[in-house]
Ligand binder design. Structure first.
Ligand SMILES: *Cc1c(COP(=O)(O)O)cnc(C)c1O
Length: 384
């Protein structure tokens, strides 16, 4: 199939990120690699085998179909955990395959129990509890019903985990809220134990919590964004640097993804002409522009109209006019040696000219990681 752009995934960068993450964890803390959102846009099919090669044997996804995709590409003994939505008709398949899943209400527990009886295998459930995010999770009174169900059906309902999610561990503004969540979590764990239910693994931390709040590590952490080479926020990065005891303070993370396309056409535009649709860009001087066969249909956000930057021959070039469905134009007036076919870097590159992605879309970083997760699945992924 023809594609006008290519995604290259760097396995050395990935390995080094995973080593960094491991270096922050105690020896007995398990690492679950979060590969939801098509591995944050990098591509499940390409990323999961690479991550597995780095020695990771636990993967967390959002849905049963993502679990299915991970299941297809892993080669060794790995645990797959569904953290989000599961349709009732998928539960039997999950149980048959030994895939674990979050249970956040009694109804889901009931579905799991029925399916486990039907399949003749236990449902490996992770009890998600409400600790203050107010999204999904058991409140204490519902937990009593769950405990009752588990105690009466131990051969079918196996609590593999107890978990929660923090409401903004990436910002110091939420410090008190996060501390409260940790306390509430520990209290509920003790309460469950007292009532005869002892989940095997306690896990609460995402990337931000894993870096900023070591006491959230418990038995396992669920790390997404760090693996791909991005900090969850600037605050978390600064917090990390601040706690470093070494003289030299550098960013240990390396971006895994590079997204490239090429120049499709080059054209000279006279001063006073509008470029592209409408009147959003007026040439103030004679200009040379290059057209790139990538637009919003290929995942290059329209929000980058007159904003985005790309790299050509090591120089930054600005996106001019609106990003079209399948094309965009960039200003190459000051870039030499550009012709049809010249490579264009949309994400990636080196050092100060690199086109980087910031998780929280700071303006200085041009691209938001929402853009990553929207990268189409049909762009070929090459691993190196
Ligand atoms: C996405 C997600 C994570 C990972 O978050 P990162 O910030 O990318 O590390 C962990 N836990 C849950 C429940 C999630 O939804």
């Amino acid at each position: 199939m023809h594609s006008t752009s290519t995604i290259v995934l760097n396995s050395d960068a990935l390995r080094s990120n995973i080593e960094f993450i491991r270096s922050r964890l105690g020896e007995n803390v398990r690492l679950s690699s979060v590969v939801k959102g098509n591995a944050y846009g990098h591509g499940i099919e390409a990323m999961v085998p690479m991550i597995e090669k780095c020695g990771v044997d636990h993967f967390s996804v959002f849905s049963a179909d993502e679990a299915h995709r991970v299941h297809k590409v892993i080669s060794g003994e790995c645990t797959i955990l569904v953290m989000g939505e599961v349709y009732n008709h998928n539960v039997e398949w999950l149980i048959e395959q030994g895939i674990e899943f979050f249970v956040f209400d009694v109804e889901r527990a009931g579905v799991a129990l029925d399916a486990a009886k039907k399949v003749g295998k236990p449902a490996l459930i992770h009890i998600e509890i409400e600790t203050g995010m107010n999204r999904t999770g058991f409140n204490r009174n519902e937990l009593e019903l769950l405990v009752d169900l588990i105690v009466k059906n131990r051969q079918y309902l196996k609590p593999q985990g107890l978990c929660t999610h923090y409401a903004g561990a990436e910002s110091i503004a939420n410090y008190v809220r996060v501390q409260k969540q940790i306390k509430s979590f520990n209290k509920t764990y003790a309460w469950l134990k007292k009532h005869g239910v002892t989940p095997a693994l306690r896990h609460t931390a995402c990337s931000a919590a894993a870096i900023a709040y070591p006491k959230t590590h418990m038995d396992m952490v669920r790390v997404g964004i760090l693996q791909y080479g991005y900090w969850p926020s600037k605050e978390v990065f600064i917090d990390y640097l601040g706690k470093l005891k070494t003289e030299v303070k550098t960013d240990p993370l390396r971006r895994v993804i590079t997204w490239t396309s090429y120049v499709m056409a080059v054209k000279v535009v006279r001063a006073g002409e509008f470029i592209g649709y409408g009147t959003s860009y007026l040439a103030q001087q004679d200009m040379v522009i290059a057209t790139i066969p990538v637009g919003y249909a290929h995942g290059y956000s329209r929000a980058l109209s007159n904003q985005g930057l790309v790299l050509i021959n090591g120089r930054r070039a600005s996106v001019i006019g609106t990003v079209n469905m399948n094309m965009m134009m960039v200003d190459i007036t000051d870039v030499t040696g550009v012709s049809k076919g010249t490579e264009v870097t949309l994400i990636g590159g080196h050092e100060e000219t690199a086109i980087s992605v910031a998780s929280f879309g700071e303006l200085s970083n041009q691209l938001n990681y929402e853009l990553l997760t929207r990268l189409p699945r049909d762009i070929p992924r090459i691993t190196e």
